[in-house]
Design a protein around this ligand. Structure first.
Ligand SMILES: [Fe+2]
Length: 431
C-alpha cells in the first residue's frame, strides 16, 4: 500500500468511528453536556474538523480557509470544557456538514500529496498521522463521554475474549540500561522522542493489571478508610470527593456492580479494574506493600528484549497490533480478563500492557533528553512539569493508530472518567 493509500484508509477508518460515536445518539444528546469534565459531543466533532482544517487544508494543503470564523470556538486552549456548552457552537447538522467539507478537501490534498522530504511536517506523512491520532484520541474522549451519559444503552460490541492462560504473580526485570522512546517511529509524537538510554535498577512488576476482585479486596479491607495507605494529597482528595470505590461501581447487597455504557452488571472478578484515579491506584499499591512502577520501568517491562538487548515497538514484537495481540480500538466495550492475550505478552512475560486499561505510573510529564517541540509547543511542551501523572499502554477505547510501546498519555492525578487502571511494582520482589 502506498503512503497515499495508507493515509486515506486511516482517515476513512477513523471517521467511521467518529460517526458511530456521534450517530448513536440524538441531537439533544449531542449538544448536551453529560459531565462538566467533558465537552458536548458536538464540540468534539467540529473540533476534530477544525484541527484537520488548520493542519491539512490550510498548512499542508495551502488552501483557503473553510471556516476561519469558528477557529476560536474550537481552540481547546481558549475555552475550558465546562464552558463549552455556552459557546455559539455549530449545531449537529452544521458540524457534520463542516467536517465532511473539510474531509473532501483533505482527500484532494492527499491525492496531490506534495512529497517534500525537506519539510519535516510531511515526512512519512507525519501531518496526516498526527491528525488521524488526534481524531482517534477525541474518539476515545467521546467514548468516555458516552460512559458518563445517563440513559438507555446506545453502543454495542461483542464481549472481550475470555482468559485462555493463567497469569499471575510478578515478573523480575533485571537491572541494566534499555532504549526508551523512539527516533524511528514515523508517526510518533514529539514527547516520545528521541530514543535515549535509561539505566533502570532491577525491579519486579505484576504480570497483569490489578483485577476487579483484587481491588474489591482492598475496599473490603478498609483501604478507603485508612489514611496511612494514601499520600497527603490523595487522602485530601479521597475525603473531599467522597471516593469509596471506582467510578461507576455500586454495591448491591454484598456484591459490587459496575455500570458500563448504560448497562449494570456484576463486576468481572478477573478483568482489570478501570475508572480509578492515580491516588486510588497508589493507595492500593501501598496497601499491597508495593508501589506503582515508574514510567521507565513500565516501558522497559513492555519493550525490552533481553535476548537481543533492543527495545521492541510493542511487547510482542515490531508488528502492528491485531485483535490477537491486544484489546484495542473499541472492538469491545470493556477490559478483557487477565490471561486473554497470551500472544501480546512481552519477552519477559508481562501481559496486557497494551490495551484493556491505561496504566497509571508514578512519574510526572517531563521531556526526554534532547526533546524538541514539534510541530508546535502546545502539543506537549506547555504541559511539562504540570500537575500530571503519566498513563501508559492504551485502553480498550484506544485505537491502534494512537497506541505504541512508546506512546505517552498524561492527566491530572484525580481524574478517573478515563479508562484508567494500573499494575504494581516493587524493588525488593515478592513478599
Ligand atoms: Fe484536540
Amino acid at each position: 500500500m502506498s503512503l497515499r493509500e495508507r493515509v486515506a484508509a486511516e482517515l476513512e477508518r477513523t471517521r467511521r468511528r467518529s460517526e458511530i460515536l456521534t450517530d448513536a445518539v440524538d441531537d439533544a444528546d449531542l449538544v448536551r453536556q453529560h459531565s462538566p469534565l467533558m465537552s458536548p459531543l458536538v464540540w468534539d466533532l467540529a473540533h476534530i474538523g477544525n484541527q484537520e482544517e488548520l493542519w491539512l487544508v490550510r498548512d499542508v494543503g495551502g488552501r483557503e480557509p473553510v471556516r476561519q470564523d469558528i477557529d476560536h470556538l474550537y481552540d481547546a486552549f481558549k475555552h475550558a470544557r465546562r464552558d463549552r456548552p455556552q459557546l455559539p457552537l455549530l449545531g449537529p447538522a452544521e458540524a457534520r456538514a463542516y467536517v465532511s467539507t473539510v474531509r473532501d478537501k483533505v482527500l484532494d490534498v492527499v491525492d496531490r500529496l506534495p512529497s517534500d522530504p525537506a519539510r519535516q511536517l510531511l515526512r512519512d506523512g507525519f501531518a496526516f498521522g498526527m491528525i488521524v491520532q488526534h481524531e482517534q484520541q477525541h474518539d476515545e474522549t467521546m467514548l468516555a463521554t458516552h460512559q458518563l451519559r445517563v440513559g438507555s444503552p446506545v453502543l454495542a460490541a461483542d464481549p472481550p475474549p475470555s482468559a485462555v492462560v493463567a497469569v499471575g504473580g510478578e515478573v523480575h526485570v533485571p537491572a541494566g540500561p534499555f532504549d526508551m522512546g523512539t527516533s524511528t517511529e514515523p508517526w510518533a509524537l514529539d514527547n516520545e522522542r528521541p530514543a535515549h538510554r535509561v539505566d533502570v535498577p532491577a525491579f519486579w512488576i505484576d504480570a497483569a493489571p490489578v483485577m476487579n476482585a483484587q481491588y474489591a479486596a482492598f475496599i473490603d479491607a478498609g483501604g478507603y478508610d485508612q489514611p496511612r495507605f494514601w499520600s497527603a494529597a490523595g487522602w485530601e482528595h479521597r475525603v473531599s470527593a467522597g471516593l469509596e470505590a471506582p467510578l461507576h461501581w455500586t454495591r448491591d447487597g454484598g456484591d459490587w456492580h459496575a455500570t458500563t455504557f448504560g448497562r449494570t452488571a456484576p463486576i468481572v472478578p478477573d478483568a482489570p479494574v478501570v475508572h480509578v484515579c492515580f491516588h486510588e491506584a497508589a493507595a492500593y499499591a501501598a496497601w499491597a506493600g508495593r508501589r506503582l512502577p515508574t514510567e521507565a520501568e513500565w516501558e522497559k517491562a513492555a519493550r525490552f528484549d533481553p535476548a537481543t538487548g533492543r527495545s521492541r515497538r510493542y511487547p510482542w514484537g515490531d508488528d502492528d497490533p491485531t485483535p490477537r495481540h491486544a484489546n484495542l480500538g473499541q472492538r469491545h466495550l470493556r477490559p478483557a480478563s487477565v490471561g486473554a492475550y497470551p500472544d501480546g505478552a512481552s519477552p519477559l512475560g508481562v501481559h496486557q500492557l497494551i490495551g484493556d486499561v491505561w496504566e497509571w505510573v508514578d512519574s510526572g510529564f517531563l521531556p526526554y533528553p534532547g526533546f524538541s517541540a514539534f510541530p508546535y509547543r502546545e502539543y506537549s511542551e506547555v504541559f511539562f512539569g504540570g500537575d500530571y501523572k503519566m498513563l501508559r499502554g492504551g485502553s480498550f477505547g484506544t485505537d491502534r493508530a494512537a497506541c505504541r510501546g512508546t506512546f505517552r498519555n498524561w492527566d491530572h492525578p484525580i481524574r478517573r472518567q478515563i479508562f484508567s487502571g494500573f499494575r504494581t511494582a516493587s524493588s525488593s520482589g515478592p513478599a
